[in-house]
Design a protein around this ligand. Sequence first.
Ligand SMILES: *Cc1c(COP(=O)(O)O)cnc(C)c1O
Length: 378
Amino acid sequence: MSSADGIPFLDLAGQHAEIANQLDEAWAKVTSTNGFIGGSYVAAFEAEYAKYCGTSECVGVANGTDAIELILRGLGIGPGDEVIVPANTFVATVEAVVDAGATPVFVDVADDTLLVTAAHIEAALTPRTAAAIVVHLYGQMPDMDAISAVTDEAGIVLIEDAAQAQGAAWRDRRAGSWGRAASFSFYPGKNLGAFGDAGAVTTDDAELTNRIRSLGDHGRRLGTKHEHALSGVNSRLDALQAAILSIKLERLDDWNSRRRAAADYYRELLRGTDIRVLHTAPEATPIHHLEIVRVSDRDAVTSALDAHGIGWGLHYPIPCHQQNPFTRFAHGPCMITERAAREILSVPMFPTITRREVERVCEILIAAGQGSPSGTGS
Ligand SMILES: *Cc1c(COP(=O)(O)O)cnc(C)c1O
């Protein structure tokens, strides 16, 4: 098979071609304003994104990791506080907790979705628990009704790490609107991606919004130029990124539904085979940021994909509680996360992937992935 037949893991060029003219116009408009950080393009995107998520507030920040840390600092969560986090997440979730000075408490995930559940959170509560961060990993939300009930009952803060979930929903209520606050990343590869690093916090809490605005702007007292009330950081959204995000936001639902169609086709073709896919609850509207399959002999499958020029990824092969800086916070194994780390494989997924491309990926997966992975299919 020639490399001309290859399929990339993620193709952003196809998306950008659809909005090329608008991107050129936005670039010209922003450069003519002379304002590159904050300003009207940032304010416009913040308003649009809050509306999209169903919250009253949105603050643009420099990236998704800062968004989590600023939420924690804005809520006064730090040294002495425990924050429950899933072991199955990108390290940034945990890193932000540690950088805020709080103690991450790792919990395992459900085997069928690889997401945290209410029961996991409930079992990890202690008198020092200040917050739980749920991660809508791969673009799918866990049972937010059950999780909200547990965090409300315990009197702890619920935070959403929605970096992979722009537009995802649970019972038609969007990611970003369930927790006290939610963090988003607009890293280029996310479903809503900037042309560089960018992020945001959504919330209905206006006071928290003001604290995050101030913390992210060197602790500047809002409305003043020279007064700094807090020792903050520099974490602001660029005007160019905001203008690009506004253009892409108009396309997001369409792009997400094209990903859903591709994901449905993957599921149809893999049904009844040894390749496991993730379960989707009827209440969930996933956005398939990543398309995860589980295979028993991953090396054989990735070799076959390589041989055919098909892109793949691993999200994530080393669980957070086994990463060097965080092992000191581990208090036992997370068996499901650890087993998943050996089996998971991310296959090509992007809005412009064709049915023929999905078929080719599945043919190779099925041919190379013989042998039952542990657990049952879904
Ligand atoms: C991408 C990501 C982040 C971090 O976002 P950055 O913008 O890269 O800082 C945090 N959590 C999860 C789950 C992510 O996927």
